[in-house]
Design a protein around this ligand. Sequence first.
Ligand code: URA
Length: 429
Amino acid sequence: MTAPFDAVEIICHKRDGGELTDGEVDWVVDAYTRGVVADEQMSALAMAILLKGMTRREISRWTAAMIASGDRMSFAALGRPTADKHSTGGVGDKITLPLAPVVAVFGVAVPQLSGRGLGHTGGTLDKLESIRGWRADLTNDEMRHQLRDVGAVICAAGSALAPADRKLYALRDVTGTVEAIPLIASSIMSKKIAEGTGALVLDVKVGSGAFMKRRADAAELARTMVDLGKDAGVRTVALLTAMDTPLGLTAGNALEVREAVEVLAGGGPRDVVDLTIALAEEMLAAAGRPGADVEAALADGRAMDVWRRMVAAQGGDPDAPLPVARESHVVTAPESGVLERLDAYAVGVAAWRLGAGRARKEDAVQAGAGVELHAKPGEAVTAGAPLLTLHTDTPDRFDRAVGALDGAWSIAPPGTDVDVPPLVLGRVA
Ligand code: URA
């Protein structure tokens, strides 16, 4: 049987700035997943999409075709609203850990399919795997039972969910086409829509430590994803949030779990608490439960109770001591004054070089490795006092981590009024 379309014609159509038809999109995504369209042909098409863009109709169709390449889950039988959050990735972003349990406190189930980290941003599953016994791989039935019994689950996305994206994402990674906004948006949204959540809140990060360095690009990505969610019947809202400085005071797997547990115990750094509350309020409102007192649920132990049950349900011991790296190295402030800037990207790269992240997806991560911050922009620092503590099991990594931090901060004279930008920069609905 002859194919209804020709891959080269589709590539040329997009290369010349045309709008792909529904038939062309459906065919090329399906044929690529089946191995009929070759990697080099899809690479050329991805590059044409990066250079020429896609209309809203094309992106919506592309997303639907990626969803159709695999299974679609449904939580309709749960009898409760569902809400999920997706972050485009940042340094020190441990928000999912307190967020999922605190949303579940209010009767909204959270089916959170997460990933592992690649590059300078950490992955939620890597963080949770630093808890003794915790396992990321659940069957669909285990996920459903946990959602019914505990109300929240954070686990790995199975290979049956949007397999076209899995294949295409790996190809984009090695062909300079990751940055195409239509491809990022359809990649993220195909997985979230296939997951079957009723409401979705997107945390689109902007700044040095984020995928999107410029606000205009982040706003375009947010708009595209919100439209895709709405087209698919998922109530979707996006917050644009700052990622020029790491979130909280830690970057690294077990270090971040420790900080998340502090937030669940009613403490923790203010920015982590504020972002958890802002995202939880959006998730609850999108799921039809507006007006909840999220801060109270963090302060009075209700969110901690769900966290403990969520960890235990996946084999983890919530009371086990978290791993601590064998070696540490303190970086001190060279002068006294007010910390003006502490660059998220540099801290992310340092944590990665210390062993908290991986260079290839097969690599293992060190649970205890990472960076602890002793001050955030706007706070006073003293010459000779600790500014950062670096942690690793392999001390030969310290030099390269310290190198990554070269030029990463600036200190203003004592008493300077440093303007700290707000955490939430915008909202797209
Ligand atoms: N995350 C994804 O899942 N896909 C992308 O394309 C980029 C970030």
